[in-house]
Write a protein that binds this ligand. Sequence first.
Ligand code: ATP
Ligand code: MG
Length: 637
Amino acid sequence: MTTFADFHRRSIEERDTFWAEQARLIDWHTPPQQICDWSRPPFARWFEGGTTNLCHNAVDRHLALRAAQPALVAISSEIGTERSYTYEELHREVNAMAAALQSLGVVRGDRVLIYMPMIAEAVFAMLACVRLGALHTVVFGGFAPAALAARIDDAEPRVVVSADAGSRGGRVLAYKPLLDEALQRATRPPAQVLLVDRGLAPLPLQPGRDLLWSELRQAHADAVVPCEWVDATHPSYTLYTSGTTGRPKGVQRDTGGYAVALAASMRHIFDARGGQTFFCTSDIGWVVGHSYIVYGPLIAGMTTLVYEGLPVAAGATPDPAVWWRLVQRHGVTHMFSAPTAIRVLRRQDPEHLKRYDISSLRALWLAGEPLDEPTARWIQDALGVPVVDNYWQTESGWPIMTIANGVERSAGRIGSPGVPMYGYDLRLIDEATGQDLQGAGQKGVIAIEGPLPPGCMQTVWRDDERFVDTYWKSLPGRFVYNTFDWGVRDEDGYYFILGRTDDVINVAGHRLGTREIEEVLAGHAGVAEVAVVGVADAVKGQAALAVVVPRDAAAGGDPARAAALEAELLAHVGAQLGAIARPSRVVFVGLLPKTRSGKLLRRAIQAVCEGRDTGDLSTLEDPGALQQVREAVGRGL
Ligand code: ATP
Ligand code: MG
C-alpha cells in the first residue's frame, strides 16, 4: 500500500515515469515520445509526439463496453424536463453537431464560442469542437453584451453556438437579444450563429447568419465524423478566469496533458469508476464545469448530470430538497459543488436533506472559495458523508490541493483544503525576500515550482508575454508560478488559505489575511455571510471593514439592533484574534456582491468603501448588491 506522501514524492522526483504511468489511463492514437519537454520554461510541453483526441476519450472509446449506459442526463428543474442520453446516443448527437459545425466551415484550430444555458446541446457542442480539433470558448450564459463582445473579439470564433434563453428561479432570461447586441458591438463577429430553440423566448433569425440546430441536426442526423487526431500539445480550449481580481485572463489548455490529468484525477482524487454517477452543480461556463461536468466524468465512463436550476427551488417554486431528490433518483455517487451553494442550503432546515434516500452518495467535494468551518460541519453532519474541500484555479484545470481519496484514505482537516496534489511542487514564499518558508505557521504566497503538471494552462491565449510576466515574474528573484493566494501550513503539511494576495491587509504594520477575520465572523451565530476588506485609514495605513449579511435579516435594518450586533461582532473578533484584527466598522446588507461563479468580489467592495472606481464589473452577478454596500457604508459616514 502506497502512502500519499510516497505517491507525491514520486510524482516530483520521478516525474516522467510517474506521468508515463498516468498516460496509460487514456487512449492514444500514437503514443507520446517524450513525457515532458521543459526546455523552454515556463512553457511545458507534455506528452510530446503523442496524438489523441478528447472526444474520443470521452465518448467513442466507451462504445465497446458502455453503449447502453447513460452518459449524460440533462435535467432542468426550471422547466421540469429530464432527458437521458446513453453513450451511443451521445455519440450520435456529437457526430451530428460536429457535422453541422463542419458544414459551417469549422476546421482544426478554429474557435467556436459557446454561449449557452445548462442544456445537453451545450455539451454536444463542446465535444463536437474537440472532435474536430477546433477550440471551444465557453462564455457563461447570460453575460452582458459588452462582456460577451470583448470575449468574441479576443477569441475570433468562426461560429457562435447559442440558444433562445436560459432560466433561473423561474425567470426566463432571453440570450438572443444579448447575443445580437454583442455581435453588433464586436469588431470581428463570426459569420454564422447556430441556435438551439428551447421555445422559451422569441428567436428572430437574421437571414444568412443565424441557423437553427433543429434543422442542421436533421440534415446531419446520421453523420459520422471521424475524430481528428491532434498533437498532445494542440490546444483544446480557451476559458476566461472568473474576473474576481481584475481583467479576466484567457486560459489556454492543451489536449493530451488535460486528458491524462483528468483521467488521473478521477481515479486518484475522486476514487471514481465507470458506471458510477457524478453530479457537479457548477456551470459549463466555469473551469469546474469543463473538468467535472463534461470531460472528467465522461473520460472515466461515468454518468454525468447536467443541471439547470437553483439549489433550493424548482423554477419559481421553493424546493429545498431539489438536489437530494436527484441524488436518490439517479443514484449519485459523487457530488461536487461550491461553498456558496451550501451557504444557501444552510438557511433551510437540514431535515430536507433527509427526505430522500441519499445512501448512494460517497462524498461531496467543494471548491471555488474558502470553505469556512461552520459551513463544512453543517453539511457534513446533514449528509453524513465526507465533505472534501479542494483548492484550484481556472489556470490549473484540476485540484492543486485536496485529499486524494483514491490513493490513501485520510480524514482531511476541516478548514483546510488539504495537501498539495501529486504533480504539484508547491512552495510557500515570502513575498518580500522571495525565500521559501519552511516552518509551520509561517504565512506566505502559494507558488508552484515549474513545470506545472499536465492539465494546467499552456499560456494566456495569444499573449505569451502576459503568461510569463503575470504568473512567473511576480516574486522577487524567483521564477515560479504565482497563485496569488496567501496561505499557511501546519506541522503536518496541511495548508490553509488566508485569502488572495490582493486581499492581505496591513494594519499598523501587521499583515492579516481577510480570510482569517471572515472565518471568525462566520463562526458567530448572528452571521449568515461576511466579506472583510482592507480600506485606507489615515492612522493605521489600512483598517479592516466587515460587510455582514445577518442571519436574521431584520437585525440589519433596525439601527439599535444593528449597533448591538456590531458591538458584539467587534468584541468577538477581538477575543478570538486580538485587537489588531478588529474591524474598524461592521456594516449590514441583505446580500453580498459576487461574481456569477459565486465568488465574493472583495475588490469591488473595497473600491466602493474607498470611493474609487470599481473597475471591470462584467462578471458581477447582481449590481443591486454593490448598491447595498454603497448605501450601508454611506449611512455611517
Ligand atoms: P481572476 O483570476 O480573474 O481574478 P478568480 O481567481 O476568482 O478570478 P478562478 O480561477 O475561478 O478565478 O478562481 C480561483 C481562485 O478561487 C483561487 O485562486 C482562490 O483564490 C479561490 N479558491 C478556489 N478554491 C478554493 C478553496 N477551496 N479554498 C479557498 N480559495 C479557493
Ligand atoms: Mg485567479
